[in-house]
Structures are given as C-alpha cells and as structure tokens.
Design a protein around this ligand. Structure first.
Ligand code: HEM
Length: 178
C-alpha cells in the first residue's frame, strides 16, 4: 500500500504541472493581446517553449499514475474516473488540433513581422477568436476534473460539473470583449 500515496503524489505533481502549463497559456495569450511591438511578442512567445515541455510531460504523469491508482484500489467504471480520463484524452486531442496550429500561426507571423509595431497579419493571428474561446475552456476542463476527483461524484454529479464548466466557459468567451 506504500505505493498508493507515492503514486497519488506523482498524480498531484502532474496536476500541478498541468495547471502551470494551462495558466501560462492563458497569460501568454492575454499578454500578447496587449503588447505593442514585435519584440514584446517574441519575448512572450519564448515562454511557450515551457508549455511545449511541461504540458505533455504532466499529461503522461497524470495518465500513468491515474491508471495505477485506479487499478490498484478503485477499479474501472466510476463516473469521476471515466469522465476525468475522457477530459484528459479530449485535452490531449484538442490541444494539438485547435491550439497548436493557431499558436504556430502566431510564431510564423512573428518571425515574418518586421521589428517595430505589430503587423496586421500578426495582430490577426494573435486575436484569433478560437484561441480566446479554447484556452479558458481547457483550464476550466482541468478544474472540472479536480472537482470530480476530490468529490468523487457519480454520473449525475459529474455530468453537472461538466455542463457547468461548458456554460461558464462559453459565457466567459462570449461576454468578454476583444
Ligand atoms: C485532468 C485530469 C485530472 C486531474 C486534474 C486530476 C486530479 C486529481 C486530484 C486533485 C486528485 C486528488 C483527490 C483526492 O485525493 O481527494 C486525484 C486523485 C485520483 N485520480 Fe485524478 N486527475 C485527473 C485525471 C485522472 C485520470 C485520467 C485518472 C484515471 C485514469 C485518475 C485517477 C485518480 C485516482 C484513482 C485518484 C485517487 C483518489 C483518492 O485516492 O482519493 N485521475 N486526481
């Protein structure tokens, strides 16, 4: 049983890493929307290299430790475990599909932009509306997994958490300006 607390600790380390990466993503996105020059864009983009390492490593930590915890004590089929696994897999798919190409477009536009004021192409890439919707929702999704894991909710409770997160995420995305 000594393995269990050690594995739970690894799981929590992975969760901390996940939140560091998702928070950085949010900070970078919103700072980019406020900067005035291409040099400042480059400065904020250097931070995204940290995300490229921390995010996948954390996800692997969470997944492997989560599976060990599940099979050693809890067993398969519980709502809070199944839905958190689903959320983690979804984040793993949507990150590269939705976020990846749009962040790449910002990098490409920043490389091509002349020094000085931000070019129109770079501004368009930074102000991509999909990024503004996706980045906060991914953070809220991770928060939803924490709520389900800590409260160990059944299907109804877990479903309500996921629905609440989607509603809050969409309200945040469409109410906030810019
Ligand atoms: C975004 C993904 C995830 C987050 C944020 C997350 C978060 C957490 C947190 C905060 C705890 C501590 C709960 C407590 O001790 O009260 C925990 C425990 C646990 N998690 Fe996760 N988790 C995630 C994904 C997963 C996955 C994918 C699995 C399984 C495949 C899993 C299985 C478990 C198990 C079995 C526990 C132990 C519960 C206990 O002993 O109290 N987790 N998780």
């Amino acid at each position: 049983m000594a393995l269990y607390p050690a594995t739970l600790l690894l799981h929590i380390v992975g969760v901390i890493g996940l939140f560091i990466a998702l928070s950085l993503e949010l900070v970078i996105l919103f700072r980019l929307r406020a900067v005035k020059t291409t040099t400042q864009v480059h400065e904020w983009l250097t931070l995204s290299r940290v995300i490229d390492v921390v995010l996948p490593v954390s996800a692997v930590f969470i997944l492997i430790s989560g599976l060990v915890l599940t099979f050693s004590v809890w067993g398969w089929g519980l709502a809070w475990i199944t839905l958190s696994l689903g959320l983690l897999v979804l984040l793993g798919i949507l990150g590269p599909v939705i976020n990846g190409p749009r962040m790449k477009a910002i990098h490409v536009a920043a490389q091509a932009a002349p020094v000085g004021e931000i070019s129109t192409a770079l501004r368009q890439a930074i102000f991509n509306p999909v990024l503004r919707v996706y980045v906060p929702i991914s953070g809220l999704g991770a928060l939803g997994a924490v709520i389900m894991m800590v409260l160990k909710l059944d299907w109804l409770g877990s479903g309500m958490v996921i629905a609440l997160i989607l509603i809050v995420g969409l309200i945040m995305a469409f109410v906030r300006k810019g």
